[in-house]
Design a protein around this ligand. Structure first.
Ligand code: C5P
Length: 334
């Protein structure tokens, strides 16, 4: 019997890009939030040897370029699994960037392998191999709302916020993440009034430090128990606590820096954000480097209307909800 797991998507509730590092990555700060859209993965260890990846979706690579392949290779060796690891990916998530779909698949595949092997890697070991495969993997070992630091691979769980309705739009536009980072560097260099080679990184450092301060203020206002302390920031007149806490967070001003370089190149993404705002989104933003754009809504009805409005203009969009850490773990392994 194959092991079946769900592999969820994420959005970024703000993302501040810091200076480029000697290792080729950029220092960053972001808040990841898992959402309920998901793929289904089935894994079994069959006779023979190797790693076999199958998917009916032709956009899913079945060779070593698939992040699942790389993590399964590492996991198989560490767990001492003998046989042919066969993984089938039932794709429901958009393949468009910004939602961490491939990264989530890889983590779910590792968890499925552990279950099939009836063994578990120690938590820090899981995080280490996830980070070795990609910056966006470790967040899926935490789930819910989490803070990403370093190049995004170092993750810390934040308060588990109640679920909020959201719309995820996935315009069929490819955004290159490395290029978006390079464009950001050029922008920061210009802001410093110097040439790239004179980049001191101070403008970029200021941004991530400011992100940290804003997040700290928000965390200080998050109730530790129900109805204990009021959340800080935006007054929450007439609103439920669920949307208040998440809204307080996004309204601290922790914007996604990628918007500043991605929107001028793909103005249609800015238009998608506007449609979400005009349709009643309390907050809308690019996720990661895009092209996914999301909006947070007060009600399912409003969200579904917004999604329909986008779909009518040819933009794929779905209404869903954010996923708490508790719900995430309950549903990943189901
Ligand atoms: O870790 P991941 O494979 O997702 O990163 C892909 C590329 O994106 C990296 O090779 C790097 O060029 C860029 N990147 C970066 N800074 C980060 C994350 C990724 O420059 N924080």
């Amino acid at each position: 019997m194959p092991v079946t797991v769900r592999s969820f998507a994420k959005i970024n509730l703000g993302l501040a890009i810091g200076p480029p590092r000697p290792d080729g990555y950029h220092e960053l700060r972001t808040v990841y939030q898992t959402v309920a859209l998901h793929d289904v993965l089935r894994l079994e260890v069959a006779r023979g040897s190797g790693i076999t990846i199958r998917s009916k979706d032709p956009r899913v690579p079945t060779d070593r370029t698939n992040t699942c392949y790389r993590i399964l290779e590492l996991g198989r060796d560490l767990l001492k699994v003998k046989g042919n690891v066969v993984l089938e990916i039932e794709k429901h998530l958009p393949v468009q960037g910004g939602l961490g779909g491939a990264s989530g698949n890889a983590v779910a595949a590792l968890l499925a392998l552990e279950r099939a092997a009836k063994k578990q890697l120690p938590g820090p070991e899981r995080l280490r191999i996830a980070a070795a495969v990609g910056s966006d993997l470790p967040l899926f070992l935490v789930g819910g709302t989490s803070l990403g630091v370093s190049h995004g691979e170092e993750v810390y769980p934040l308060a588990d916020l109640p679920a909020v309705t959201c719309v995820i739009a996935t315009p069929e536009i490819g955004v290159s993440t490395p290029k978006a980072f390079a464009d950001w560097d050029a922008r920061m260099a210009a802001a410093e009034g110097g040439k790239a080679e004179k980049l001191t990184g101070s403008a970029a450092s200021d941004r991530i430090e400011e992100f940290g301060r804003r997040l700290s203020v928000w965390l200080n206002g998050v109730p530790t128990k129900k109805a204990e302390r009021p959340s800080s920031g935006v007054p929450a007149k007439g609103r439920g606590r669920a949307e208040t806490q998440l809204l307080d967070l996004v309204r601290t001003g922790i914007a996604n820096d990628f918007e500043e370089v991605v929107f001028p190149q793909h103005p249609e993404l800015r238009d998608v954000k506007r449609v979400l705002e005009q349709s009643g989104a309390m907050y809308a933003s690019l996720s990661g480097s895009g092209s996914a754009v999301y909006g947070l809504f007060r009600s399912r009805q409003e969200a579904e209307q917004a999604a329909r409005r986008l779909v009518k203009t040819g933009i794929p969009a779905q209404a869903t909800t954010t996923l708490t850490r508790a719900a995430y773990w309950k549903q990943v392994l189901g």
